[in-house]
Design a protein around this ligand. Structure first.
Ligand SMILES: Cc1cc2nc3c(=O)[nH]c(=O)nc-3n(C[C@H](O)[C@H](O)[C@H](O)COP(=O)(O)OP(=O)(O)OC[C@H]3O[C@@H](n4cnc5c(N)ncnc54)[C@H](O)[C@@H]3O)c2cc1C
Ligand SMILES: *[C@@H]1O[C@H](CO)[C@@H](O)[C@H](O)[C@H]1NC(C)=O
Ligand SMILES: *[C@@H]1O[C@H](CO)[C@@H](O)[C@H](O)[C@H]1NC(C)=O
Length: 383
C-alpha cells in the first residue's frame, strides 16, 4: 500500500496538465496510466492523417504555448512531440502499466482507496489518497452500435480508432458509418487511397471550414453565441450551398450552441464535401440490418461491402472503475453538472477533460482543479 496526497488516473493531455500544475505548486501526486506511454489515444488510436481540428492556440496545456514555428493546425506527430516535451519539461513520471480497477471513498478515514492492476508484475496495488482526479478521457472505449446481423457479417469490421490509413482498402468497397469528424475524414482518406467509398449520414450535422470555427472562437470572446452561430452558418451556406440534395442536413440549432449544450462538434471539412458533391463518395441512409456480405439500408437498398468502418464514437469508462462516481458523474461517465461547474464533486473528487471542450477544456480544468486542491491543502495545514 502506498499513500499520497493526490492520485490522478490517466496520463492523457488532461492528466498531464494536472501533473504539471501540481508540480508547479509542489503538491505531491501519483499519476497512474494503464498503457506503456502517455497520450495513448494520440499515439495508438488516431489515424495517420489526423491533425488538430482546432488552431494550435486552442490546443495547448498549462504553462507551455505551442512554438511560434509550429503549424497552425498541427499534425498528429507534432502534437505528440509537444506532449513528450511537456512530460520532460515538468519531469512528469506516470506509473505506466497501472490499470485502475476500482476507486472508492472510505468514510472512516475520509480518503480514497484506489486499486490498480500492475500489468507487468501481474499484481494488484493499493493506493490511498486525499484527493482523486479522474482523467481517463471521453474516449475510453470504442462504441459500435448493435446492428442486426453484424456478428455474421462476412467482411471486415473496424472501429475508427483502429484505422490508420487507406492503403489496405484500395479498390475495395468500403462503408463508413458515422458522419462526425472521424467518419468524414476517414471517408476522404479512403477515397484518396482508391477505395470505393460510401458513408452513412443519418443525423443532421453542421459542415464548416476550420477557418470559420477559428474566426468564430475569437468572435465568441466579444459577441453572443447566437450571433456567432448566425455568422458561421451564413458563411457555411455561402461556401457549401444547399447540401440537403446530398443527404447532409443542417441542425436547427447553431454549431457553437450545440457544442456548448450537447457536446456535439461541427464537422470541419477536409475536402470530403467536394468528393460527395462530385459523386466520388456516396452518401447512404441509415443501416437497417446486415445479411452476410450485404448491408440493407433503411430505404431498402441492398449493397455488398468488403469492409465496414464504424466511426460511431466512444464511451467514457470512468463508471467502470470509479465506484462512487455519483459524487461527480452521471451513469454515462460524464459530469453531472454543466460546464463551467462540472469539475468538482464531493469528498475531494475531481474530473478533468470530460466537459467535451477538447484540449483547451482539459487545460482549463487542470488549472481550476489544482487551484482548488491547493486551497483545500492550505486549509488542512493551517486551519
Ligand atoms: C481522432 C481524434 C481527434 C481529436 N482532435 C482533437 C483536436 O483537434 N482538438 C482537441 O481539443 N481535441 C481533440 N480530440 C479530443 C480528445 O479527446 C482530446 O484531444 C484529448 O486527447 C483528451 O485528453 P484526455 O487526457 O482527457 O483523454 P485521453 O487522451 O483519452 O487520455 C486518457 C488516458 O487515460 C488512460 N486510462 C483510461 N482508463 C484508465 C484506467 N482505468 N487506469 C489507468 N489509465 C487509464 C488512457 O490509457 C489514456 O492514456 C480528438 C479526439 C480524437 C479521438
Ligand atoms: C435545399 O434543397 C432541398 C432539396 O432540393 C429543398 O427542399 C430545400 O428547400 C432547399 N433549402 C434551401 C434553404 O434552399
Ligand atoms: C439473407 O439473404 C438470403 C439470400 O439472399 C435470404 O435467403 C435470407 O432470407 C436472408 N436472411 C435474412 C435474415 O434476411
Amino acid at each position: 500500500m502506498e499513500e499520497t496526497l493526490v492520485l490522478v488516473v490517466g496520463a492523457g493531455p488532461a492528466g498531464l496538465g494536472i501533473a504539471a500544475c501540481l508540480t508547479k505548486k509542489s503538491i505531491p501526486y501519483i499519476l497512474l496510466e494503464k498503457e506503456d506511454c502517455c497520450a495513448s489515444l494520440w499515439k495508438k488510436r488516431a489515424y495517420d492523417r489526423c491533425h488538430l481540428h482546432l488552431a494550435k492556440e486552442f490546443c495547448s496545456l498549462p504553462f507551455k504555448p505551442h512554438a511560434p514555428q509550429a503549424n497552425k493546425y498541427m499534425g498528429k506527430d507534432d502534437f505528440i512531440e509537444y506532449i513528450d516535451d511537456y512530460v520532460l519539461d515538468f519531469d512528469i513520471r506516470p506509473r505506466y502499466y497501472h490499470s485502475v480497477e476500482s476507486a472508492s471513498f472510505d468514510e472512516a478515514t475520509g480518503k480514497w482507496l484506489v486499486k490498480a492492476r500492475d500489468i507487468l508484475v501481474k499484481a494488484t496495488k493499493v493506493f490511498v489518497a486525499s484527493f482523486l482526479v479522474v482523467a481517463t478521457g471521453e474516449n475510453g472505449k470504442s462504441y459500435i452500435p448493435d446492428i442486426s446481423g453484424l456478428k455474421d457479417y462476412k467482411g471486415d469490421v473496424m472501429h475508427s480508432s483502429e484505422y490508420k490509413c487507406g492503403r489496405e482498402f484500395q479498390d475495395k468497397d468500403v462503408l463508413v458509418v458515422g458522419c462526425g469528424n472521424s467518419g468524414m475524414e476517414i471517408s476522404y482518406d479512403l477515397c484518396n487511397s482508391g477505395a470505393k467509398t460510401s458513408i452513412v449520414i443519418r443525423n443532421p450535422v453542421h459542415v464548416v471550414a476550420r477557418e470559420m470555427i477559428f474566426v468564430g472562437m475569437h468572435l465568441l470572446k466579444y459577441i453572443p453565441v447566437s450571433t456567432v452561430d448566425a455568422i458561421v452558418t451564413f458563411a457555411s451556406k455561402l461556401k457549401y450551398g444547399n447540401l440537403s440534395n446530398y443527404e447532409i442536413h443542417r441542425p436547427n440549432e447553431g454549431p457553437f450552441f450545440l457544442k456548448a449544450t450537447k457536446g456535439r462538434s461541427p464537422v470541419l471539412d477536409v475536402g470530403t464535401v467536394a468528393k460527395i458533391q462530385s459523386g466520388d463518395i456516396k452518401v447512404l441512409q441509415g443501416i437497417s440490418r446486415i445479411n452476410k456480405t450485404k448491408v440493407i439500408f433503411e430505404d431498402d437498398v441492398e449493397l455488398a461491402f468488403d469492409a465496414i468502418i464504424f466511426a460511431t464514437g466512444f464511451k467514457s469508462t470512468a463508471c467502470d472503475w470509479l465506484k462512487d462516481y455519483d459524487y461527480i458523474l452521471n451513469n454515462n461517465g460524464f459530469p453531472k453538472n454543466r460546464f463551467p461547474n462540472h469539475w468538482k464533486g464531493k469528498n475531494k473528487l475531481y474530473c478533468a477533460g470530460l466537459s467535451r471542450m477538447g484540449i483547451q477544456g482539459a487545460s482549463k480544468d487542470a488549472i481550476v482543479i489544482t487551484n482548488d486542491i491547493e486551497m483545500v491543502v492550505r486549509a488542512m495545514i493551517a486551519p
